[in-house]
Design a protein around this ligand. Structure first.
Ligand code: CU
Length: 434
């Protein structure tokens, strides 16, 4: 009997030891995806859910002043094709719309605003009881039943069976106690709806050692030569270098599938955008450049089972080189001057940059503040986050890699807008400072 209980216990532990979910997706956690759509910055929030069938709560946060921008929502289960539609209104404090889903697993959220459409893949995950919980409660339950049986049989003066049942009860308690001790080191069972395992396979079916390769990115503009002042599309096509297939496994990091920074060569034009997934391996965003010239684009993204990477590209805008009046949607006027410590940062050593906040700061992209730094020649782009400073100022620590001039932009969100503070930093060589 004891042996049988212990065998069962081992078997359950082995079954429970399935590989952990590919990318720490946690059932019950909210999914937040930033999108640059209809000329504005939105963050779509899908609240974590604890049961299916049941409602998914979806809200759209507006980070730029938009008045009642309607957003069409459609959720489709990839497994059975079942689709539900609804709508939301983008606002600083969004009201949540409920869309009912019938099952866990892969889904797509189709987002419509203005004449643009994005399709965001996501998974509906629901936590299930772990194998450990099952063993603890199962063991205790078994022990209770056997103990009562043992007592009853003992009361009827049949020592042999009473001993056997008591021994079984002791085994049940032992299994439960062992699991209580061992559970913290056991792998958690993946939530219901999680991807089976990371599928890093080559076309011949063999596994790709060490995870998936970085995505190969191709950046183009549509039209090929955009004109100053005219809207154009910046398109990013991602391909897996090994398989040649589109890369469609981007992991949301810092609340976006990709963060795209577009600057003019002189740094007077700056946009931080969140392109829309318009098809497998394809990200697109619309923008307008105010002046002719060369522009630099940097995309931060992360493939599942691969890692974070930075793709860079350049494109040209044609037309009149003189400045055309295009509204500076992100650049704030009379921005507080950043304070640097040391006043002239030294290459390779951390410098502190403090930016006075204009108003009550609210989180954007999961952080209080963002600092984006570009070397003047555009060969280097860095991105760090606010360190958590109370008292109306944002503090960043940044180590400039080499001496020279850098263009920097600090970004944060206040109640009704995203504030961008542009500034330049001159960095000294290490020896010169001593
Ligand atoms: Cu971003």
């Amino acid at each position: 009997m004891i042996r049988r209980v212990l065998c069962l216990a081992v078997l359950l532990v082995l079954v429970g030891a399935a590989p952990a979910a590919a990318h720490n997706v946690t059932a019950g956690a909210d999914l937040r995806i930033a999108q640059t759509i209809a000329g504005t910055e939105l963050t779509v929030v899908i609240k974590g859910t604890s049961r299916v069938p049941g409602p998914l709560q979806i809200g759209v946060i507006a980070y730029q002043p938009v008045t009642g921008l309607p957003v069409g929502l459609e959720i489709r289960s990839v497994e059975d094709g079942r689709t539900v539609t609804g709508s939301a209104t983008a606002a600083a404090e969004p009201r949540f719309t409920q869309l009912r889903v019938e099952r866990t697993g892969p889904h797509e959220l189709k987002l419509r605003a203005g004449d643009e459409v994005a399709v965001v893949p996501f998974r509906v995950l629901v936590e299930r009881a772990s194998a450990g919980d099952f063993l603890i409660y199962g063991g205790l339950f078994l022990a209770g039943v056997l103990l009562v049986g043992g007592l009853l049989t003992g009361a009827l003066s049949r020592p042999g069976p009473a001993m056997a049942l008591a021994a079984g009860a002791a085994a049940g308690v032992t299994v439960a106690a062992l699991v209580v001790v061992a559970e913290p080191i056991l792998p958690p069972s993946p939530p219901d709806g999680a991807a089976p395992t990371a599928e890093s396979t080559l076309p011949d079916g063999s596994a790709q050692a060490g995870g998936r390769p970085f995505a190969q990115g191709r950046v183009e503009t549509v039209p090929a030569s955009p004109a100053a002042g005219a809207e154009f599309t910046l398109r990013l096509d991602l391909v897996d270098g090994s398989t040649g297939r589109p890369v469609d496994d981007l992991v949301a990091h810092h609340e976006a599938l990709a963060h795209l920074v577009v600057t003019s060569e002189d740094g007077r034009f700056f946009r931080h955008l969140h392109p829309l997934r318009t098809g497998p391996g394809r990200l697109e965003v619309r923008l307008r450049a105010d002046r002719a010239g060369r522009y630099l684009a940097y995309a931060e993204l992360e493939r599942e089972d691969s890692g974070g990477q930075l793709l860079t590209a350049a494109f040209s805008v044609t037309g009149d080189p003189s400045p055309a009046p295009v509204e500076e949607q992100q650049v704030a006027g009379n921005a507080g001057t950043p304070a640097l410590r040391p006043a002239v940062p030294v290459a390779g050593r951390p410098a502190t940059i403090e930016v006075p906040a204009q108003g009550a700061v609210r989180p954007w992209l999961g952080m209080t503040g963002h600092l984006i730094v570009r070397s003047q020649d555009g060969a280097f782009l860095g991105h760090v986050h606010e360190m958590g400073t109370p008292g109306g100022r944002l503090r960043f620590t940044f180590s400039f890699p080499r001496p020279g001039r850098y263009l920097a932009w600090s970004q944060y969100a206040v109640s009704d807008k995203i504030v961008t503070v542009p500034f330049t930093v001159d960095v000294a060589a290490g020896e010169a400072a001593r």
